[in-house]
Design a protein around this ligand. Structure first.
Ligand code: HDD
Length: 705
């Protein structure tokens, strides 16, 4: 409805239109203005000036040219142009939430850290989960390490445990960090692949860096494709020190254990989830917190002394090694609950600045060379990324305890000193002073030696724990590792790199090496890679390293996708929902149309997803509650066939009414004990009972994914 152009320069007409109870005023170009009415706030510039028109630039006549004088336009566009800050060079894609840490018992015997002094004390926390390699806009289910960074706002300053969901790392010395990261990021000439390790540069670096072999086994395992942030462990990786009030040291490793147990997806599922819902992990955290189903982890510590360190099989300073939980049992010392999403993603999750060097008195570093290097890197990166030394003034980074210092000025300084003294000592009796007892003290570790660039010989065994990890897995988990290696190496175009990897695998597990070689079509096995130290085969399996051996035996926090059709049994849908709710699980209706279906009893069941948007990869188990007519119709749809076929192939439990048979036939499902009848209350109960196992791995050899 263009207005007469001869009205050039005239005021907007007060032609009002109502849309959704909102009164809009039509301007002289036909555009609609939402103008302030009653107590609505008036739109202003950043300088606070009220704005009359936010739809049109200032022009000479209605068809231009535009005027530079338009300060509102210039300010708005200039601010928009500056909206992005550099993404993190690693861990760019992440998602965070607020919560609290609750201390179980006093740990005063081991540490004087204030956070561990009083049972029941709650400390505010912010956690950011992330992938490592992908850019900010990449997908959630890349095969990758997950960052697990926790900021604890203690009464003695911020304590950041900047960990991963894997307890070891690729490299032993921080000087190699740019190399390992360059190798995994998109190759610089072609700028792909995004968020993937399946390419030549990565495997070239890895196969030339034997210290990475232990971590590689973890990254090729299902740990690198977690079902959700809520079902992951977190590890501080390095050995740290606890220091008590007498400055006595106990070595400590930190582990976060999820209350809901561990769970991962399978690779074929991950690939499909990335298409169906690239924000799968974000959405999961958002949904669970919005539903009041707050994710929770226990902080566990592995404590040991110098004698243990001296007698342990490996160097406790080597970040490519772990201490098996069977050797030192992790002790739970508190719990972390995430119960609030940030108000604004950018202000909090994007601007949060984690730094390994943020430790309170009572916690100290070890000489792990990776940790020592990290302690340098994180401050530097925050200044680059956030643009000012004053990034600690941002609310998400500011300590929540009193702070007093003489640091001043700089870009965007928001806390500025008052009074005359900005140095100490001073004669004015102003400002803070140091406190030898309460302040941070380092462990007085004696140190002397020559200035050298050397790797300790005690770091030289690169294969024994890789092997220990592999033999600790269940058979399906071992197969997943073999399949992941095969997939990744199949994307490597240089045969010599593929073979080099097989030569390393021969030092880890010959069966694994042979399987991968066979699947890659390598006819003749290469010779074993030279090992600096002969790999050991006497390390016993450690059950704690397997996901499958540590199942939650509960379906709590998981989600069932229920496919419905017109004429279905509405009462059954409700009964299933009630039973799942009792289990602490969720249910989502998948319908041919998102508007839902009309059940046989006339009730309308609204859809959460339309079938095209709700593939079964988004669910932990599925139920098919359809009518006979509905099943006939749905059987014609490729998306419905995929829904059922994928659920079966991904070893999920499937509950189905008899009428759903055509859907199973169409999907080529050969019924087994995981394809279960659904009708009675007993059926519902046994379906949920089975779902507690999460997957029917016994089906896997049959489906041959
Ligand atoms: Fe790092 C970010 C974890 C080695 C340098 N790192 C970063 C994050 C996590 C980790 C979780 C994201 C934090 C957030 O959510 O904002 N990094 C690790 C772990 C490592 C590790 C567990 C080995 C045990 N990192 C490591 C080394 C260096 C860095 C050896 C450099 C010498 N890491 C960085 C960084 C980042 C970072 C460049 C990028 C963004 C940031 O710090 O805030 O400084």
């Amino acid at each position: 409805m263009a207005k007469n152009s001869s009205k050039s320069g005239s005021k907007p007409e007060n032609d009002t239109v109502s849309i959704h109870d909102q009164k809009l005023v039509r301007g002289n170009g036909g555009e609609l203005h939402q103008i302030a009415q009653g107590d609505t706030e008036i739109l202003t510039t950043a300088q606070g000036g009220p704005v009359a028109d936010d739809q049109n630039t200032l022009k000479i006549g209605e068809r231009g040219p535009a005027l530079m004088e338009d300060f509102h336009f210039r300010e708005k566009i200039f601010h928009f142009d500056h909206e992005r800050i550099p993404e993190r060079v690693v861990h760019a894609r992440g998602y965070g939430a607020h919560g609290y840490f609750e201390t179980y018992e006093s740990l005063a015997k081991y540490t004087r850290a204030d956070i561990f002094q009083r049972a029941g004390e709650k400390t505010p926390a912010f956690v950011r989960f992330s992938t490592v390699a992908g850019s900010k806009g990449s997908f959630d289910l890349a095969r990758d390490v997950r960052g697990f960074a926790v900021k604890l706002y203690t009464q003695e300053g911020n304590w950041d445990i900047v960990g991963n969901n894997i307890p070891v790392f690729f490299i032993q010395d921080a000087i190699k960090f740019p190399d390992v990261i360059h190798s995994v990021k998109p190759e610089p000439d072609r700028a792909f692949p995004q968020a993937q390790s399946a390419h030549d540069n990565f495997w070239d670096f890895i196969t030339l860096t034997p210290e990475s072999m232990h971590m590689i086994m973890w990254v090729m395992s299902d740990r690198a494709i977690p079902r959700s942030f809520r079902f992951m462990e977190g590890f501080g990786v390095h050995t740290f020190r606890f220091l008590n009030a007498n400055d006595e040291s106990t070595f400590v490793k930190f582990i976060w254990k999820p209350k809901l147990g561990l769970q991962s997806v399978v690779w074929n599922e991950a690939v499909k989830i990335n298409g169906a819902d690239p924000d799968f992990h974000r959405r999961d955290l958002w949904d669970s917190i919005q539903a009041g189903d707050f994710p929770e982890w226990e902080l566990c510590v592995q404590l040991f002394d110098q004698d243990f360190a001296d007698s342990f099989d490996f160097d406790i300073l080597d970040p490519t090694k772990l201490i098996p939980e069977e050797v030192i049992e992790p002790i739970p010392v508190g719990r972390l609950v995430l119960d609030r999403m940030p108000d604004n993603f950018f202000a909090e999750t994007e601007q949060v600045a984690f730094m390994t060097q943020n430790v309170p008195p009572g916690i100290d570093f070890s000489n792990d060379p990776l940790l020592q290097g990290r302690n340098f890197s994180y401050l530097d990166t925050q200044i680059k990324r956030l643009g000012s030394t004053n990034f600690t003034h941002l609310p998400i980074n500011a300590p929540k305890c009193p702070m007093h210092h003489f640091q001043q000025d700089g870009h965007m300084a928001m806390r500025n000193p008052v009074g005359r003294a900005n140095y100490q000592p001073n004669s004015w009796g102003q400002g803070p002073r140091e406190h030898p007892q309460k302040g941070f003290r380092s462990f007085a570790e004696p140190a002397e030696g020559q200035k050298v660039r050397l790797r300790a010989e005690s770091f030289a065994d690169h294969y024994s724990q890789a092997r220990q990890f592999f033999i600790s897995q269940t058979v399906p988990e071992q197969q997943h590792i073999a399949m992941a290696l095969t997939f990744e190496l199949s994307k490597v175009e240089t045969p010599a790199i593929r073979e080099r990897m097989v030569s390393h695998l021969l030092n880890i597990d010959e069966g694994l090496a042979e399987t991968v070689a066979e699947k890659l079509g390598i006819k003749k096995l290469p010779k074993k890679a030279d090992a600096a130290v002969a790999p050991r085969d006497d390390l016993p399996a450690s059950d704690a390293l397997s996901i499958a051996k540590n199942g939650p035996e509960s379906f709590k926090g998981r989600k069932v996708g229920v496919l419905v059709s017109d004429g279905c049994d509405g009462a059954l849908v409700k009964k299933l929902q009630a039973a799942l709710k009792k289990e602490g699980a969720m249910m989502e209706i998948v319908a041919p149309k998102v508007g839902g279906v009309e059940a046989a009893d006339g009730t309308v069941i609204p859809g959460k997803q339309m079938i095209d948007g709700g593939p079964s990869v988004l669910y932990d188990a599925v139920a098919l509650i359809v009518s006979s007519d509905g099943a006939k119709q749905l059987a014609k749809e490729a998306t419905v066939r995929d829904f059922v076929a994928d659920a079966f192939a991904h070893c999920k439990f499937i509950a189905r009414v008899d009428a759903a048979q055509p859907l199973l036939d169409k999907a080529g499902v050969e019924p087994d004990e995981g394809v279960m009848p659904l009708g009675s209350a007993a059926d519902i109960e046994s379906f949920i009972e089975s779902c507690r196992k999460l997957r029917l791995w016994a089906r896997e050899p049959k489906v041959k994914l």
